[in-house]
Design a protein around this ligand. Sequence first.
Ligand code: NI
Length: 176
Amino acid sequence: MSGETILTSKPSDGILEVLKYPDPRLKKISEPVTVFDNDLAEFVKILFSSMRVHDGVGLAAPQVGVLKKVAVIEYDGKSYVLINPKVTDQKGIQEGEEGCLSFPGIYAHVTRPKWVKIETQDLNGETHTIEGEDYTARAFLHEMDHLNGKLFIDYLSNLKRNAIKKKTAKHTGGHF
Ligand code: NI
């Protein structure tokens, strides 16, 4: 029996459009993945190619309008597929600049843990524990936030967040 189809329609060129803030889907909490089938594997492949085309280090399913707990990351020659990921341990603090494909051209200073241990499933549904430090930890946490409807601007002061909202409103023609 076939499960749910994760992508209702596949893009002809294999590249998905990335939703831009303030698209309301970026603020939604994604559903856990329960079906580990070929559709999921195909979706992850498309997520990777879309991330590369858009020059991203990571891309989460809700950023392409799929509200499922799936994200991909490619950094420092390593690729990661995160499915239903959760943080099980964290240490230290790091400061650094962060950007997001849903906020083109916008970067902000975000404080994150320096090291994290996470539990994640693979394409077969097997659970693995992986660790990330520095920028890798930042990427894990940024993408996991997307799966919970949290955006990097949510860490900023009201003043900085409002400045970014104004800037993105100008870009998208949105009203606030
Ligand atoms: Ni992002």
